[in-house]
Ligand binder design. Structure first.
Ligand code: GLC
Length: 794
């Protein structure tokens, strides 16, 4: 069953049946103010931090699902008929609704009881509020009198305390209607800002006023959920709307809500706009700004201008790289939805989604570093900021917080991989921008005097060097990229083969950077480290047809053909290629084994067979149900690395085949369940019933990696220190493709021809009519460059 489709070259995903198998959401955000919204209006809002700055509530995993949200009720004052401008929460006339998710906005249209409506939800790029712009047209032929009620349920501050300490926390709510400003203001007089919970009672109040307003005079309002919904009722049929007006009483206690009612008369064929806005104003600026900020978007022209700015922003982001391949379904993702998802994941940082409560531990160090690589091409400034943010999470010995919040709280863990992701973020940023000055930037270490970025790259390598086990591989600690391999080797921690490959690959990234910078003094050590790592793996980790994943207690092999479960792991094969292990025959065999042993109808599995017995000396992965998450699901993030590795081997058919299989819109939605326009963290494998079901959509490193892998390695248009390389690895059936890529200020218009029908080959390039040597486009002074590339058999 399908519930929708891409429209207008993928500029929107239109949902024609709003009874989607799970809430299909979108994000409205400007990097400070965040809102989620489903096709049915469900979703939460927060300012800066979903833990400390929660504006509205959203009850994850509750029944009915996807509540509360951003709701606009309509009541016919003559017939008494009630509906909502999104299908939920009233939930009638399902076929009358359509929703469209676009970039930073969602629009819901309906035609109920002779009233045609359209609501546009978005967050302006420059203001910390969300706009719900409703347009109602009377298509019924007779005059209508309507009551329109906008409704939100407030959280006001610390979301975890709101959840676990409701009975007390309710005493600190303050909600007031200001008649002069035609707006409700809400705040909390007690605010905890630490991450862990309630014990530590801080002596302060939430630093924001939330406001909720509308562009018509408010006829009546409500501030208390109990009065609005009524006993034993829900958002589907609020009791207060039955009456002639809302109570118009403020509250200092209870479940705080904002409900604003306006009464309209609509002549036949007339259209009226009702514009609600919900936002925050920092208390420090309240008196100065409230009038302007609160009333700004009551003017339709201000809404138009902000919406145009939002669209222009996204067009600009997407213009960084545009492709036209023989597969339009791939183009939709590469041109728009992948960079869009990657940007949202970068901004949200895994914190809040339909799956994540936003109550957890803050940003993950490795996730943040990986998210950065997708942002560097279109927004180097923000990538730069993130690198510095990551830098501040490090101690002078190179160890880093595993998770951290922006206000400086964090947690150290024993993961062997975390610090080295810093190398990825730094090198990808410099490759993209050429901004080598970054290396001299100074930031404080967590434990001492400031140090430069260069100091940190060295510190990270020292971290790596000092934690090697008996085979010369990284001591596993409490996990590597795979968090659920957390007790390999029991309490002592075994050794990570993938970790060794990762260390070698990151050492190699640094070798390239330092060679470019002529920082010769660091090179001998680095080359020696990388080569020793590669040699140790070749010596100890080849298992006959693939590479092992780890060594456990007493040298026990994990990811070996001799095991009943977890015989082969994806990352040990793909990263063997990425790390540049020298034995090409082995690499091909390993990748063929991955295809044979891990391949499935829904994509390659993370490992197989799944674990069915709990093994305390391996860890969490063995406690998880088979075929889900890290225990044998199709985990999409490492699947991107498998595609990358196929590209490294020049096998374009295989790379494209994996890519196509993993595109989220190519599966029946009743099977897939999650949104078809974004990637999910994992898809249940054939070892789980039912297989093919996606989960944890949106907030996954898959987006950043799929984006860069497809652009950089499949289409082969990638930054190098010398210039933009063109090195496609494509399906043999493609006659060619076109791509546009902005790199270091020049827009390259690239056409690739594949006359011999090959998967990869020596590219000869003509730049602005002149042939060049090799396939690296020299850095250009021109703002535009035309490039034609032809693939030939080697
Ligand atoms: C989740 C985590 C990521 C981790 C992966 C594998 O996606 O966000 O950091 O690498 O799971 O365990």
């Amino acid at each position: 069953m399908n519930y929708g489709r891409f429209q207008d070259d993928g500029r929107e995903y239109v949902i024609t049946d709003v009874a989607t198998p799970s809430p299909w959401i979108n994000y409205l955000e400007n990097g400070r103010y965040f809102a989620t919204i489903s096709a049915n209006g469900g979703g939460l809002s927060y300012y800066k931090s979903p833990l400390h700055g929660r504006i509205t509530r959203y009850r994850i995993n509750d029944v009915p699902p996807d509540r509360p949200g951003k709701y606009i009720y309509v009541k016919d004052l003559d017939s008494g008929e009630l509906w909502s401008l999104t299908w939920q929460p009233v939930g009638r006339n399902r076929e009358a609704y359509r929703a469209a998710h676009g970039f930073g906005y969602t629009r819901v249209e309906a035609h109920v009881s002779g009233i045609a409506s359209s609501v546009l939800f978005f967050v302006p790029p420059d203001d910390d509020q969300e706009i719900w712009r409703a347009r109602l047209t009377n298509a019924s032929g007779v005059p209508r009198r309507l009551a329109i009620v906008g409704y939100v349920e407030f959280a006001l501050g610390h979301a975890l305390i709101d959840l676990i300490n409701q009975c007390d926390d309710q005493h600190f709510n303050r909600v007031r209607f200001d008649r002069e400003l035609n707006a409700l203001f809400a705040t909390k007089t007690y605010w905890v800002t630490e991450t862990r919970g309630t014990q530590h009672q801080e002596n302060k109040e939430w630093d924001q006023w939330a406001f909720f307003t509308v562009n018509h005079p408010v006829a009546s309002y409500e501030t208390l959920r109990e009065r609005f919904l009524g006993p034993f009722r829900s958002e589907s049929a609020p009791q207060a709307i039955d009456g002639a007006s809302l109570s118009s009483r403020d509250t200092d206690f209870g479940n705080a809500v904002g409900a604003l009612r306006v009464d309209l008369e609509l002549a036949p064929d007339a259209t009226q706009e009702v514009i609600f806005s919900l936002g925050v104003i920092p208390k420090a600026e309240f008196d100065r700004r409230k009038a302007g900020a609160v009333s700004k978007y009551r003017r339709a022209t201000a809404v138009d201008t902000a919406f145009a700015a939002l669209r222009a922003h996204w067009d600009e982001v997407f213009r960084t790289a545009q492709v036209q391949t023989p597969d339009p379904g791939l183009d939709v993702f590469l041109n728009r939805w992948l960079p869009y998802q990657a940007r949202v994941a970068f901004d949200v940082g895994r914190l809040a989604s339909f799956y994540y409560w936003g109550l957890g531990r803050g940003f993950g160090f490795r996730d943040t570093a990986q998210d950065t690589i997708a942002i560097a091409p279109s927004d180097p400034g923000r990538a730069h900021e993130r690198v510095l943010l990551l830098a501040r999470q490090m101690r002078s010995d190179g160890s880093v917080y595993h998770h951290f919040t922006e206000d400086g709280q964090g947690e150290f863990t024993e993961h062997c991989d975390d610090p080295l992701w810093f190398i990825l973020a730094v090198t990808e940023y410099v490759l993209e921008t050429g901004d080598t000055a970054l290396l001299q930037r100074t930031e404080p270490f967590l434990d001492g005097p400031p140090g430069t970025i260069l100091d940190r790259l060295i510190a990270v390598m020292n971290f790596a060097r000092h934690r090697l086990g008996p085979h010369g591989l990284p001591i596993f600690g409490r996990g590597d990229w795979n968090d659920t391999l957390d007790y390999i080797g029991g309490q002592d921690g075994g050794e990570s083969v993938w970790g060794g490959l990762f260390y070698a690959a990151m050492a190699n990234q640094l070798i390239e950077l330092f060679t470019h910078l002529r920082l010769g003094e660091f090179l001998p050590d680095l080359v020696d480290f990388r080569d020793r790592m590669r040699a140790a793996i070749e010596k100890h980790c080849w298992d006959g047809a693939w590479y092992l994943r780890a060594f456990g207690e007493h040298g026990r092999k994990i990811g070996s053909r001799k095991n009943a479960a977890g015989r082969i792991f994806i990352n040990a094969q793909s990263w063997a290629v990425i790390a540049g292990l020298p034995d090409t025959a082995r690499l091909k065999t390993a990748m063929d084994s991955a295809r044979r042993e891990l391949g499935s109808a829904f994509g390659p599995k993370i490992c197989a067979p799944a674990f069915r017995e709990i093994d305390p000396n391996i860890g969490l992965i063995t406690r998880c149900v088979p075929g889900k998450k890290e225990n044998g699901a199709v985990f999409c993030h490492p699947a991107a690395w498998l595609i990358m590795a196929e590209c490294f081997l020049g096998r374009g058919n295989a790379a494209y085949d994996y890519f196509k299989t993993l595109l989220p819109d190519r599966v029946d939605s009743d099977v897939f369940v999650a949104e078809p326009y974004v990637y999910s963290q994992y898809i249940t494998s054939d070892e789980h019933e039912p297989p093919g079901r996606a989960s944890h959509s949106w907030q996954t490193g898959t987006a950043a990696w799929m984006y860069r892998v497809a652009l950089d390695f499949m289409l082969g248009v990638r930054p190098t220190y010398a210039g933009l390389a063109i090195d496609p690895v494509i399906p043999a059936t493609w006659p060619g493709f076109k791509a546009e890529r902005v790199f270091r200020g020049t827009r390259y218009y690239i056409e690739v021809l594949n006359p011999d029908g090959i998967e990869s080959g020596i590219a000869s390039a003509v730049v602005d009519g002149r042939p060049i040597k090799g396939n690296i486009l020299p850095l250009s002074e021109n703002r535009e460059c035309w490039v034609s590339v032809t693939l030939r058999r080697p």
